[in-house]
Ligand binder design. Sequence first.
Ligand code: URA
Length: 436
Amino acid sequence: MDARRIIEKLRDRNTLSPDELTWFAHGLASGVVTDAQAGAFAMAALLNGMSDPERVGLTLAMRDSGRVMTWDAPAPAIDKHSTGGIGDCVSLLLAPALAALGGFVPMVSGRGLGHTGGTLDKLEAIPGLKTEVSEDRFREIMAQTGFAIVSATGAIAPADKRLYAIRDVTGTVESIDLITASILSKKLAAGLEGLVLDVKCGSGAFMHTREEARALAQSLVTTANGAGCKTSALITDMNQPLCPWMGNALEIMAVMSAMTSGEVDNILCDLTCALGGELMVLSGMAEDADHAADAVRATLQDGSAAERFGDMIRAMGGPRDFVDHWRDRLPSAPVVRDVVAKDAGFVAQMDGHALGMAVVHLGGGRLKGGDTLDPAVGFSNFSMVGDHLGSGDLVATIHARSDADADRAEAAVRAAVILGETQPDALPLVYEKVTL
Ligand code: URA
C-alpha cells in the first residue's frame, strides 16, 4: 500500500477499506506518511466526506495507532464528552457522582481549545494537583476511587495527535468526519463501553446552529456505536455560560459549591443529571433515565459526590483537606471588580464566543501553544439570559491580574451582554436527544 494511492481513492470518491485506513493511520503515527500527504488526505476528506463504514474504519485505525486500554472492572467503563463551551464544568460534577453510584469512569480529558475551557486546566487550578499520570497510576486511582480525570499520554492515539496538528494549519479542522474520528479515537483508546456526548450549540459553542450540531451528533453516535461503544448524544444550549463562574479556579468553586452547599437547582446541575441519567441507562446501571438523573442529583446533594472528588484530588497530589477548605485552598486574583448595568433591562442575548475569549485574554486560556495559564482569573456572579437588571445592578464580577486587564474585560462584557426591553423566551437546556 502507499499513501498516494489511498489519497487518490479518497479524492475520486472510491471507498477506502479498513486495511487502507489502518495503513494510513499507522503511517501517520510512524511518520511514513508525510505532512503533505496528511494534509491532502484531510482536504479530500473535508471536500468529499466519508461513508459511515469509512468513518468507523478511520476511528478504529486511529484508536489502534497507539495504546488501547482494557479494564477488568466491576462495572462497564463509561464516560461523557462535551464538544466544548463556556462555564461548562459538568465533567467535574458528573464523574464523581457516577462513581458514588458504583460507576467506573476513566475520564481522559482535554485542555482548553479556542475560546472554550478545558477540564484539565480547571483541575490543575487546584494547588499540587497533576493530571499527567502514568498508566499504572491511572489504574491505581481508578481502583481506589472509581473515577479519575487525567490527560492522554503520548501513547494514546498518536495518529490523531499528528493529523490534528496538520488539520490546524491546512483549513481542514471543520471536517465532521475528521472531528468524529479525532474525538472518538482518543475516547475509545481509554477502553470505554458507554459514552454520552454533550453536543453544544449556540454562540458559545463551535456549532452555532441546530443543524450543524445535529450533523455532528449523528456522526459521533453512528460512529461510536459502529465501533462497539454504546453511545447517545444530547444537543444542548450554549448561548450563555452554563454557570455564573468562568475561569479555571472559579469553575472549581462552582463545582465545590454545587457539591457541598446542597443547592443543586440550577442549569449546571440539571445538565449534569440529564447526561448522567442517559449514561446510566446506556451502561445498564439504570432502566429509567429520569430516575437515574434523580440518583445523580442525590449524590450532589448528600455529599457523596464531594467525598469521591476529595479522594481523587488527594490521589492526584492536591490538598488532603480540599473538600472542607476549598475556599482557602484555591488561588484568587488581585483585582476584583464589579460590572454594573448602566441602564435597566432584561438580559436578552449574550455573545458566548466573546465571553470565552475575554477569559482567554484575562490569562485563563491560551492564545498560542505553550502559554502558561493564570488559574485565578475569569468571571463570577454572571447574569443569565432572562434576568432583569435595574440600572446599577450587577452584570458580572471580573477577577483579573491587573487594572488594565480588568478594563479590557469590562469592555468585552459590556459588548457581549445585550439588554432588551422585553423579557426574552427562556432558553431550553436540552434541544434534542440523538440515538442510533
Ligand atoms: N476535539 C478533538 O479532540 N478533535 C477535534 O477535531 C475537535 C475537537
